[in-house]
Design a protein around this ligand. Structure first.
Ligand code: AGP
Length: 633
C-alpha cells in the first residue's frame, strides 16, 4: 500500500514526482525514494531514505540530480523492516533496471530462491526486489521488452502495480497493473503515472484508469496498452474534475482535532446531499419537501443500481468493510434491522473473501469504505461482482476504485480526511446509513413521510450534541482527565447492543494513536472471563444505550466492575442516574433517539482519546506502523 508517481516528458521531472509523492503520503510514510535517468548521461541517479514521516521532505530538500524521466515511491512496509535497503526503488544486479512496486508478490520466496540459484544477489528483504531480478532474468532470456512483460505477468502472483525504468529504454515508462490501481495522466509533451491521480491533478485532468491485468509502454507522447497475453488493448481517456487542494490545519494543532470539530458540518452536508442526490427536479421549499420529491423520483435508486421493485423485494442487506468502517457498519446493522425490518449481516472484508458464499436472491451488498480503495473491501467487491451480486460503494471519495467498480454508489460528504485515525468518516457513514435505512423503509412502506422527516432532524440534533458535548467537557478533559488517564497502561471498553460496536471503535481509536493497550468486550461477556482483568490499574469504559431494558443490564455490568474495585469511566445520558452514580468519571450527554446514541457520543469519545494521546506526545496524525489507506491485503 505504497504511493507511486512517475513522469516522462521533455523537462526535468524531480519536482513533479516528489510533490506527487508528498500527496500520496496517506498510502504509507515509512520511507521514500526517487530515481531518474540523468539528462547528462544515460544512467540512473537515485536516492532513498527511511524513517518515519520525514523522508519525502528530506528528498525534496536534498536531492540535487534531475532527469526528464523518473519515478518515486513512498512505502508502507509489508516485507522487511523499515530501512534504506528496503526502500524503493529496487534494482537488478547490474543496476540498469529499477522498479517501484505497490502490492504484495505471493510466493516471492520461491522466486527469490530460484534467482539466487541462478546467481542473483539481493540487497533487501522485500518481495519487491524479486521483481527487479525476475524482470532482468526474463529480459536476458527474451531480449524483447514486450515478450518479457508477458512472461513476467505469467510468473507474478498476488497484487501489484509496478513501474520499471530500464537504462536501455531511456524514454519509456513501463507500467504494469494487476489488482492495484494505476492511473495515467496525459499532459502537454508529458505523461504521468501514479497510484492515485491526486498526485498530478494540478497538471492534467485527462486520465486513463488503467484496466486491470494490463501493461503499458509510455513515452512523452505515446501510450501503448496491452493485455497480459500481449494483445494490444484500447483505452478510454476520462476527464476528472478534481484538484488536489492543499489543506492546512486552520489553526488546529493536529488534523485529527480539526476533523473532530468538522463533524457537525460534515454530517449536515451528508444529509443534505442524501436528500438532493440524483434529484432531477429543481429543489425548492422546506427540507420537509425534499423527501417527498425523492419519493416520487427514482434517481436515488438508479444511482445505487437498483429499482423501486428491487427495493420492495429486498430480503437481505449485507455490509462489508474494515476497521472503523466495519464498526460503522455494525452500528448500521441495527438501523436496517430496526427501521426497515430487513435481516442484515455485517462482514469483515478480510474474512468474507475466504468464507463459503451462499447466493441468496434479493440481496444487496454495501461496501463501506472511507477511501474506496481498501484492498480487502475492494477484493470482496470484485468477488461479489464475479458472482453477479448487487454491489454498492458507500464511500467518501468519488474518484475511488470502488465507485468505478461497484454497480452503484452513494457518497458521504466528509471532505478530505487527512488524519490516519478516522473521525468524520465514521460519523458521516453512520449518518448516511441511518438516512438510507429510513429511505429504504419509506419505499417499502415501513416508514412514513413524517418519520423520514424526523429522522433527518434527529441526525442534525445528534450532530449538535456531538459538538456541544465536547465543549461541555473540554476544560475538564484537557486540564484534569487527559493527564490522569494518560498514566494508565491498559483499558477495558464495554458496550451492549448498539453501544458494543461503538465501544470497539473507541478501543481502536485509543490503540491506534496512543499505543495504550485496549481490550473491548460486549458487556454481557464480562463475567465469562474478562472480569479476571478488572483491577484498580485498568480503567473500564462503559458506553450506555437509550434502550431501557439494555440500560439496566449495563448497570448490572457496571456494578460487577465496581464490586471488584474497578475504576469506571461512563458515557451516559441524562437521567441515567444509577449508572452515572457508579462512575468514577461520568460523562453525561443530552438524550437523543436511541439508535443515534453512538453518533451523539462520537465527538466526546474522540476528543477524550485525542487528549490522552496528546499528553503522551505521540505523532497523532500519522501514528507509527499505520497508513491512511490500506491498499494491500
Ligand atoms: C481507523 O481509524 C483506521 N485508520 C482504519 O481502521 C480504517 O477505518 C480502515 O483501514 C478502513 O479504511 P476505509 O474506510 O478507507 O476502507
Amino acid at each position: 500500500m505504497c504511493g507511486i508517481v512517475a513522469s516522462v516528458g521533455n523537462k526535468p521531472c524531480r519536482h513533479v514526482v516528489l510533490q506527487g509523492l508528498s500527496r500520496l503520503e496517506y498510502r504509507g510514510y515509512d520511507s521514500a525514494g526517487f530515481v531518474c535517468i540523468d539528462q547528462n548521461h544515460p544512467y540512473f541517479s537515485f536516492k532513498k531514505e527511511a524513517g518515519g514521516v520525514a523522508p519525502i521532505q528530506r528528498l525534496i530538500e536534498t536531492a540535487t540530480f534531475d532527469g526528464v524521466i523518473g519515478m518515486g515511491h513512498t512505502r508502507w512496509a509489508t516485507h522487511g523492516v523499515v530501512d534504506e535497503d528496503n526502500a524503493h526503488p529496487h534494482f537488478n544486479c547490474k543496476k540498469n533496471i529499477a522498479v517501484v512496486h505497490n502490492g504484495i508478490v505471493e510466493g516471492h520466496d520461491e522466486i527469490r530462491s530460484q534467482l539466487i540459484n541462478q546467481g542473483h544477489t539481493f540487497n533487501s528483504s522485500t518481495d519487491s526486489e524479486t521483481i527487479a531480478h525476475l524482470v532482468s532474468s526474463l529480459h536476458s532470456e527474451y531480449n524483447d521488452l514486450h515478450a518479457t512483460l508477458v512472461a513476467l505477468t505469467t510468473r507474478l502472483k498476488g497484487a501489484y502495480a509496478l513501474i520499471f525504468l530500464f537504462e536501455q529504454y531511456p524514454d519509456t515508462l513501463i507500467v504494469v497493473r494487476h489488482r492495484s490501481p494505476m492511473v495515467i495522466g496525459i499532459a502537454e509533451q508529458q505523461m504521468l503515472v501514479a497510484s492515485d491521480f491526486l498526485a498530478f491533478s494540478d497538471i492534467t485532468k485527462d486520465v486513463i484508469f488503467m484496466p486491470d491485468n494490463t501493461f503499458a509502454l509510455i513515452t512523452k507522447d505515446t501510450i501503448k496498452l496491452f493485455t497480459f497475453d500481449g494483445a494490444p488493448s484500447s483505452y478510454q481517456v476520462t476527464k476528472v474534475d478534481h484538484t488536489h487542494k492543499p489543506l492546512d490545519k486552520e489553526g488546529f494543532e493536529h488534523y485529527m482535532l480539526k476533523e473532530i470539530y468538522e463533524q457537525k458540518r460534515a454530517i449536515a452536508r451528508t444529509i443534505n446531499f442524501c436528500k438532493i442526490i440524483g434529484s432531477s427536479v429543481e429543489l425548492e421549499g422546506t427540507l420537509h419537501n425534499f423527501s417527498s420529491i425523492l419519493q416520487q423520483n427514482d434517481a436515488l435508486w438508479r444511482q445505487l443500481g437498483l429499482t423501486k421493485d428491487r427495493i420492495k423485494n429486498l430480503r437481505y442487506i449485507n455490509l462489508i468493510s474494515a476497521g472503523t468502517s466495519w464498526h460503522a457498519s455494525r452500528i448500521a446493522q441495527f438501523f436496517f434491522e430496526t427501521i426497515c425490518k430487513i435481516p442484515t449481516r455485517v462482514y469483515l472484508a478480510s474474512e468474507f473473501r475466504y468464507m463459503s458464499f451462499f447466493d441468496e436472491p434479493n440481496s444487496i451488498y454495501l461496501m463501506v469504505s472511507q477511501s474506496g480503495e481498501t484492498a480487502d473491501t475492494l477484493e470482496a467487491l470484485r468477488l461479489l461482482n464475479s458472482f453477479e451480486q448487487q454491489t454498492i460503494a458507500i464511500t467518501n471519495v468519488a474518484s475511488s476504485t470502488m465507485v468505478r467498480e461497484a454497480h452503484g454508489f452513494m457518497l458521504m460528504q466528509a471532505g478530505p480526511e487527512i488524519s490516519v485515525a478516522s473521525t468524520k468518516a465514521f460519523s458521516t457513514q453512520i449518518s448516511l446509513l441511518y438516512w438510507l435505512a429510513h429511505r429504504i423503509g419509506l419505499e417499502r412502506g415501513e416508514v412514513g413521510q413524517e418519520q423520514m422527516h424526523h429522522a433527518e432532524e434527529a441526525l442534525m440534533l445528534a450532530a449538535e450534541i456531538l459538538e456541544t458535548s465536547i465543549e461541555n467537557y473540554k476544560f475538564k478533559i484537557v486540564q484534569e482527565l487527559a493527564p490522569h488517564y494518560a498514566t494508565f497502561d491498559r483499558f477495558i471498553f464495554l458496550g451492549r447492543h448498539i453501544s458494543y460496536p461503538f465501544a470497539m471503535e473507541a478501543a481502536l481509536k485509543l490503540k491506534e494513536i496512543s499505543y495504550i493497550f485496549a481490550q473491548c468486550y460486549p458487556a454481557g461477556e464480562l463475567k465469562h472471563g474478562p472480569i479476571a482483568l478488572v483491577d484498580e490499574k485498568t480503567p473500564v469504559v462503559i458506553f450506555s444505550v437509550l434502550d431501557e431494558l439494555i440500560y439496566h443490564k449495563l448497570v448490572s455490568n457496571a456494578n460487577e466492575v465496581k464490586a471488584r474495585k474497578g475504576h469506571l469511566i461512563v458515557f451516559a445520558f441524562e437521567g441515567q442516574d444509577e449508572l452515572i452514580n457508579l462512575a468514577d468519571c461520568p460523562f453525561v450527554l443530552p438524550r437523543i433517539t436511541p439508535l443515534l446514541a453512538p453518533l451523539a457520543m462520537t465527538g466526546l469519545m474522540q476528543f477524550f482519546v485525542y487528549h490522552i494521546t496528546r499528553q503522551l506526545g505521540h505523532s497523532i496524525d500519522k501514528p507509527r506502523n499505520l497508513a491512511k489507506s490500506v491498499t494491500v491485503e
